[in-house]
Each structure stands twice: as structure tokens, then as C-alpha cells.
Design a protein around this ligand. Structure first.
Ligand code: PLP
Length: 344
């Protein structure tokens, strides 16, 4: 049997048209977009065309987007860039945020965990969807604060609304774009300054733009609506799988079961079992799944995204995350259910 991949929240295969756009760019548009000669100007034209296309899909102005190499980088540029103007005031942050977001916040004088909103709060940071549980979150209303949204997991899976935030980040490799492609969106007029200076990206992110990755991202964005509806239709299969698992009466819990969640994600709490061991057994049986965030795999630390919900460290170590690719088929999900039944 071919291997079956249920770790879409870690990364998904790039869309074939993204691969082709990248290949073409490497052959034809390899020149430096900053160069003033004809080759460079052609690369610049392609770059700006991609920016316009992606901006239109997000409903923002092209000049508000900064191309980055990962959502991690975008979050660092964003949070560190707000710090000079705002860092001496408190930030209110969702405690289940990805480490990519929590790490740059270490410089801030005070970080409060939402729902606490301290007096004089300068910025509020809330992810749209959690990578480990798939739980969807609403941006808290904090008058006067810069509202930062991490859309890395939501993009391509559910509609993304930028009307309730001032800055957001997006990751390409979670939605059919290539690794090395990501976006930072900044509403004009934010008290933000560049921390990686250079002439590129309107002086907001120095470094020669990775045109193949950017053109690959634009190609993936052309298929975003289709991807989103494929993801939406996964909910029936995902809920069916969860109903079957719960029907085994083995004390398994679905984290966030009754909360709005990404349609492709199921975080299973296998009480009394070690999540890493179940993941390894599934791997040997031909299934790629994850325990918590891929960025933490291999680390023995229990996932803070789970403990934040009130679960113990022991329980957090018993979680296995299933995240379906948009084109997952019923037979594949049935095979996964059978393997889980054998191994839990
Ligand atoms: N934010 C969230 C919610 C994520 O799930 C991830 C990656 O798993 C990131 C940020 C970082 O994204 P990237 O891999 O593009 O750095």
C-alpha cells in the first residue's frame, strides 16, 4: 500500500502549477529584480504582477504586502518592528500561539496572556487557527491596540478576514505554495519600522527577492478558492472518523470537538497512551501523522497549545494530530481508522 499522509498542517505538497511556475522562473526569470537592465526589469515586472495578484486575492493593496521566506520570519519582522514604538507597553497574546510568534515577544516589557488585557495594552496577538487542534479563534476587541493575526494555518482552509486586524502573516507551504514563500501584511500607518533593512520590498525587508518562490506562491493562490472548498468538504469525512473513534469507547477524546475548527484537523487525546509511540507505530504502518506541532517534533516538551486548554502535561503527551490533505479520499481515511483501531 502506498504511504498515506495525514500531516497537512505541517506542510502540503506544492500545487503542480506552483512547481511549474517555479521551474519556469528559475530558467527564465533568474535575474535580480533590483537590477536596472532589461533582465532585471523583466524579473521586477513578474514580481509586481505576482504581488498584485496575491493582494487582490486577499483584498488588500499590493503595496501593503511584504514577501518573506516563512511565516516565522514574517512574525519576527512584525513583532520586532513594532517593539521600538510599543515595546515598553504591555502586549496581550493568545497563550496557544506558535513559538514563531512567542519567541520575538520575549523582548517586550510585559506579555499578558489573553483573555487578560492589561491597562495600556499596545498590541494584541491572536492566531486565526491553531496548528495543533485546528480550533478557530476570534480577534479580541482591544481599542487602541495594534491587532496582529497569524493566518499561517487558516489560509487555504477557511476564509481569512483581515477587517478585524492591522497586520497578518501567511505561510505558502501550508496552502500549496513552495517552502520559502510567505507574506507579511501591514495596514498603512502602523508604528512599525524595518528590522532587516535593505532596498527591497520598499525598504521593509532587505534581501534579494526569491522570485521562483514568489511566482510559485502566486500560482498556488490562483487555486486558493478551489483548495478552500476541497478543505471545507473534508468536514464530513473528519467528523465521520471522529464518530467512529469515539464509538470504540476507549476513552479517546477529540480536543475542541464542539468548537469551530479547521475542517481538516482532528487532535485525538489518547489517554494512557504515549502520542510519540502511537505516531511511530502509525509511521511504521505507512501513515504520516504528527504529535502536536511539527516544529516541536522530537522535543519531549508537552505542547503548550494543549496545556493552555486546561489539559495536563501527561495528557498533552498523549495527543496525536491528524490533518488531512484537501484531496484525502474516504478509502484512505478508512485505512487510517483501521490502523488507529489496531494500534490504540
Ligand atoms: N504560525 C502557525 C500557526 C504555524 O502553524 C506555523 C507553522 O507550523 C507557523 C506560524 C510558522 O510557519 P512557517 O513554517 O512558514 O515558518
Amino acid at each position: 500500500m502506498p504511504r498515506l499522509y495525514f500531516d497537512a498542517n505541517a506542510s502540503v505538497p506544492p500545487h503542480p502549477e506552483a512547481v511549474e511556475a517555479m521551474r519556469k522562473a528559475m530558467v527564465e526569470d533568474w535575474a535580480n529584480p533590483t537590477s536596472t537592465h532589461r533582465e532585471g526589469q523583466r524579473a521586477r515586472f513578474r514580481l509586481e504582477e505576482a504581488r498584485r495578484e496575491i493582494a487582490a486575492s486577499l483584498g488588500v493593496a499590493p503595496g501593503e504586502l511584504v514577501f518573506c521566506s516563512s511565516a516565522t520570519e514574517a512574525l519576527h519582522l512584525l513583532v520586532r518592528g513594532l517593539w521600538p514604538a510599543l515595546g515598553d507597553r504591555p502586549a496581550a497574546v493568545f497563550p496557544g500561539e506558535h513559538s514563531a510568534c512567542l519567541n520575538p515577544l520575549r523582548d517586550w516589557t510585559r506579555v499578558a496572556w489573553l483573555p487578560e488585557v492589561p491597562e495600556g495594552c499596545a498590541t494584541v496577538v491572536q492566531m486565526a487557527a491553531n496548528n495543533e487542534t485546528g480550533i478557530l479563534y476570534v480577534m479580541p476587541q482591544v481599542p487602541g491596540a495594534v491587532r496582529v493575526k497569524d493566518c499561517a494555518q487558516a489560509w487555504g482552509k477557511v476564509p481569512v478576514d483581515l477587517s478585524d486586524c492591522d497586520a497578518a502573516v501567511f505561510s505558502g507551504h501550508k496552502m500549496g505554495g513552495p517552502r520559502g514563500s510567505a507574506l507579511l501584511w501591514l495596514r498603512p500607518g502602523l508604528p512599525w519600522e524595518a528590522v532587516m533593512e535593505g532596498p527591497q520590498e520598499r525598504r521593509r525587508r532587505g534581501g534579494t527577492e526569491d522570485l521562483p518562490a514568489i511566482l510559485g506562491l502566486a500560482a498556488a493562490v490562483r487555486h486558493l478558492t478551489e483548495r478552500q472548498s476541497l478543505n471545507a468538504s473534508l468536514v464530513t469525512m473528519r467528523d465521520g472518523l471522529e464518530a467512529e473513534i469515539l464509538g470504540w469507547n476507549r476513552g479517546i477524546e477529540v480536543i475542541g470537538k464542539d468548537t469551530p475548527r479547521l475542517p481538516n484537523t482532528s487532535a485525538l487525546l489518547l489517554r494512557g497512551r504515549n502520542g510519540e509511540a502511537v505516531q511511530a507505530a502509525l509511521d511504521l504502518a505507512g501513515f504520516a501523522v504528527s504529535t502536536g506541532s511539527a516544529c516541536h517534533s522530537g522535543a519531549v516538551k508537552p505542547s503548550h497549545a494543549i496545556t493552555t486548554l486546561g489539559y495536563s502535561s501527561e495528557e498533552a503527551r498523549s495527543v496525536v494530530r491528524l490533518s488531512f490533505l484537501p484531496d484525502a479520499r474516504p478509502a484512505e481515511v478508512e485505512a487510517l481508522a483501521a490502523a488507529l483501531k489496531r494500534l490504540t
